[in-house]
Design a protein around this ligand. Structure first.
Ligand code: GLC
Length: 432
């Protein structure tokens, strides 16, 4: 992650290069001989996008794809794109969007509708949840490139030797985590508790397991004061209090938690599918020892994992929207899916990739993942998602730090979210 100061500097550089937007028009005839398209990516992904960019350039002589490294944190990249697009800056032709960004960016008029190039009939080629995250007001603004889903990884060998079954309920998970842990050498359950988007993802799948909900995007109803929501927050807060989770879990993002598991120092890890591939790579001490589950559920809830994932859209201010759209087409070819997903363990967005022998040979887990993906839980598709998430992040984080009780944290979060979203409205299609 880069320091906030650096982000401010990066934002200023973007604004100083701002150009007046030209909408989604084709490039001008007086354009440069070499057409450049650029995109801001997390540094961890850049090396795996390079072969895709090279392949595209070879197939389109006279073009250059500029892969710009941004901060690693999702939230900080969202801020950078927002600053740039608010300034009608043409720096980024392509926007690499998290699964939750589409409503905000599309409602602001920052993305070109892609329906002509990717008509609704193409939906069947993609994982449905991944495709649907790109739709806003009936138009497609984001094409999914890779999907994600929160999963619960566990040490099968430790459970076996302790004669413990994989947990199906939160009580069992808590019990197993305590039994199998031996803090501080060995922790029961590691996850992402830092104040950022990942914390919301972790909470949401626990919340779904308890049968609760966060925001109903249809009605603006907020479920954070319901007993299920409080129970879900308690589950995470109590995990630290009983030392099933490390005291530092409130500062962990994906990699901090994954490294503890990878080093053989945790029984359970909540993370995204890439963590599984890394645990099973040649030389890893965990080869053959890791099981995968959905987050458990109580009777009234359902086992699930939060839907994540990344896709590409075309900026309204791009001077090369057609070339940018062609790049998206290239990025979702089976060859590009192989280039991005084989070395990383990322989950492809393209259905055909789940039957691809090259990908299956390096990552046989994809078959199981495809089945699990049907159980994902989706973050609310609302234009003010970033602010709603920020409210929840702040209060969950206060609860983890012991500054607010879980109940009080969620009451405050519910109140602030209500102020943000305005009054409840009736579900679509009903009178009144
Ligand atoms: C992963 C997911 C993304 C999520 C982020 C949170 O990158 O794909 O959807 O928002 O993690 O850290």
């Amino acid at each position: 992650m880069i320091a906030p100061k650096k982000v401010i500097w990066a934002a200023l550089v973007l604004m100083s290069t701002a150009a007046v937007g030209i909408g989604c028009a084709p490039p001008s005839a007086h354009g440069p001989a070499t057409s450049t398209i650029s995109v801001l990516l997390p540094p961890s992904e850049r090396p795996f996008w390079q072969p895709i960019a090279n392949g595209f350039e070879a197939a389109h002589p006279g073009t250059h794809v500029d892969l710009v490294e941004g901060p690693q944190s999702t939230d900080l990249r969202e801020s950078l794109y927002t600053t740039s697009l608010l300034a009608r800056d043409a720096t980024f032709d392509l926007v690499y969007l998290d699964v939750t960004w589409t409503p905000k960016f599309a409602a602001a008029g920052w993305l070109c509708a892609l329906d002509d190039s990717f008509p609704p009939s193409e939906r069947e080629h993609f994982l449905p949840h991944a495709w649907d995250a790109g739709i806003f007001d009936g138009h497609l603004y984001r094409v999914p490139v890779r999907t994600d889903m929160g999963l619960l990884f566990y040490r099968q060998d430790w459970l076996d030797s302790a004669h413990v079954h994989p947990p199906a309920t939160f009580e069992q998970l808590a019990e197993d985590a305590v039994v199998l842990g031996d803090p501080p050498a060995r922790w029961g359950y590691v996850w992402q508790g830092a104040q950022y988007e990942g914390l919301v993802c972790n909470y949401l799948e626990v919340l779904t397991g308890y049968g609760g909900y966060w925001i109903d995007p249809e009605t603006n109803d907020i479920g954070l004061e319901d007993p299920e929501a409080v129970a879900a927050a308690h589950f995470l807060v109590d995990a630290t209090q009983v030392r099933a989770s490390p005291p530092g879990v409130g500062t962990y993002q994906e990699e901090e938690s994954r490294r503890i598991f990878q080093d053989g120092r945790a029984a359970f890890l909540r993370n995204w599918p890439y963590a599984y591939r890394l645990s099973q790579q040649a030389g890893s001490p965990l080869v053959g020892h890791v099981g995968v589950l959905l987050m458990p559920a109580t009777d009234g809830g359902r086992p699930s994992g939060t839907l994540g994932g990344w896709g590409l859209g075309v900026s309204t201010y791009s001077k090369n929207p057609e070339l940018a759209t062609e790049f998206i087409r290239y990025a979702v070819s089976i060859e590009s899916q192989r280039a991005l997903c084989a070395p990383t363990g990322y989950a492809p967005a393209l259905e055909a990739a789940y039957l691809d022998s090259t990908l299956l040979a390096v990552n046989p887990f994809l078959t199981r993942f495809r089945a699990l993906h049907r159980h994902c839980t989706v973050r609310p598709a609302i234009a003010r998602y970033a602010q709603a998430s920020d409210i929840l992040q702040r209060h969950l984080s206060a609860a983890l730090a012991g500054i607010e009780s879980p109940q009080m944290a969620l009451e405050h979060a519910a109140h602030e979210t209500r102020l943000l979203l305005g009054p409840r409205h009736p579900p679509r299609g009903t009178a009144g």
